[in-house]
Design a protein around this ligand. Structure first.
Ligand SMILES: O=C(O)Cc1cc(O)ccc1O
Ligand SMILES: [Fe+2]
Length: 451
């Protein structure tokens, strides 16, 4: 593997040749990789004839005219357009898209769910997706949806892609393999992955049953947040993002490709594996990231910063500093703040907060928010520590304390999140969630009290 710095400054070129070598490091790099020597044209994108009789095809993830366009050139056995049937609509009943506002479902309220039980039935990546919330509008490419996946079965001769957005995968149990047009990603809990809009893939179960969370981002792709005064290091470091090297299948078999497009699902038939990209180069590609490499920065003297300090990825909206989605990570860290209430404070937020627990105990909710579980605190809905967390943090000795064995996250969006019928009725909603604040008693007695 070779790597070099290009004059473009922020863009690094990383290249590989030969059989499967795993992953290439970097975020938003200009990668190049070939599974057969000489398959990748040098010095141009569209030779009159490509090596090995390959077809050249461009995958554009941004408008051609974006200041720094995202695109990848693929050199493949057959062009994608060679499928054999017209698209037919199919039903995927539990995978919903915005706008999806139901008159009989009340999204206003503090909600929390127990882990969704694994299913007894066979479920694939497509049939196992259950939408919890939707926000914005898929047709205007704004907003997002949050989902839970329950996967027990590998897709066989079946492929999927989405025109509606990129997919951020946050596994919580089990191991999955994403065989994509641009290479193979193996994914397990404590890692996350991105599957870009338009990329075709098949999902296999390496260890099941698998359960996890998904954020479907209808807007512009996730990127690394501006670092501001934090400077060049800590938080998510670019080299910890891993993009797979080229890997291809030359396999003839009757197969189907399911495409999600404007919230609807369509199927077309194809006579071969579409994962036939022998070589590619570009900056529009899937990646995975190990959340254990995230270096949290926080309060080292007093008070509790806004959770934006823990942003791993941000997907900007048109409004400066107001994300379409922030992906925020609450992981192991030391609490050292003096004379401070250390857990999250009580608050109302214009942004809507969907949280999930990957493992361990979350400091604001020592009970009830459990691994595999989720909570929703919608736009301007008050929330904060439960009574136990409040009493513990108000009265505990403020010595340095490690929050150990803990990993929760937040999908935070500027758009209100609407519950699906499934989330409101079939999923294990905790009816008594709001009682966790009930016993917060009045302490005010007109005297200043001890400091
Ligand atoms: O509500 C939550 O638990 C998430 C959260 C955490 C935090 O440390 C500060 C604000 C916030 O919304
Ligand atoms: Fe919050």
């Amino acid at each position: 593997m070779t790597s070099q710095t290009l004059p473009a400054g922020m863009i690094r070129a990383v290249s590989t040749t030969g059989p499967h070598q795993g992953y290439m490091p970097g975020f938003g790099n200009d990668f190049e990789t070939e599974a057969l020597p000489g398959a990748l044209p040098q010095g141009q994108n569209s030779p009159q004839k490509c090596a090995y009789g390959l077809y050249a095809e461009q995958l554009s993830g941004s408008a051609f005219t974006k200041p720094h366009p995202e695109r990848t050139w693929c050199y493949r056995i057959r062009p994608s357009v060679k499928h054999t049937t017209r698209f037919e609509k199919i039903d995927v009943p539990l995978w919903k898209s915005a706008p999806h506002i139901l008159p009989d479902v009340i999204s206003l309220g503090q909600y929390r769910w127990d882990p969704i039980p694994h299913a007894a039935e066979d479920l694939t990546w497509i049939t196992g997706m259950r939408t919890v919330t939707t926000a914005g509008d898929v047709n205007t490419q704004t907003g997002m949806a949050s989902h839970i996946y329950l996967v027990t079965r590998s897709m066989e001769d079946e492929y999927f892609y989405s025109a509606d957005g990129e997919i951020l995968v946050v596994p919580q149990e089990g191991r999955l393999r994403f065989c994509t047009e641009l290479g193979i990603i193996d994914l397990e809990p404590k890692e996350i992955a991105i599957l870009p809009r338009g990329l075709v893939y098949r999902v296999e179960v390496l260890e099941g049953p698998a359960r996890g969370f998904v954020c479907e981002n209808y807007g512009v792709p996730f990127t690394l947040p501006n670092r501001g005064p934090i400077g060049a290091n800590c938080m998510a470091n670019p080299r910890d993002f891993k993009t797979p090297v080229a890997a291809f299948e030359d396999r003839d078999a009757p197969s189907s490709v399911v495409m999600k497009w404007c919230g609807q699902f369509h199927r077309t038939r194809i006579g071969h594996s579409p994962l036939d990209v022998v070589a590619w180069h570009g900056n529009y590609a899937p990646w995975k990231y190990d959340l254990r490499t995230y270096s949290p920065v926080g309060a080292i003297l007093f008070d509790h910063p806004d959770p934006s300090i823990f942003t791993v990825l941000t997907a900007p909206s048109g409004l400066e500093g107001t994300a379409n989605i922030d992906f925020v990570l609450f992981r192991e860290r030391w609490l050292v703040a003096e004379h401070s209430f250390r857990p999250p404070w009580y608050h109302k937020n214009v942004m809507s907060e969907l949280m999930g627990n990957i493992y361990g105990i979350y400091d604001a909710k020592p009970k009830g928010f459990v691994p595999g579980g989720m909570s929703l605190h919608n736009c301007m809905l008050p929330h904060g520590p439960d009574r136990n967390a409040f009493e513990g943090a108000s009265n505990g000795e403020l010595k340095p304390e490690k929050l150990d064995e803990t990993m929760s996250f937040m999908f935070e969006t500027r758009f209100p999140q609407h519950l699906t019928e499934w989330a409101a009725t079939s999923a294990p909603l905790q009816d008594d969630y709001i009682d966790c604040w009930d016993s917060l008693d009045k302490k005010f007695d007109g005297t200043p009290g001890e400091k």
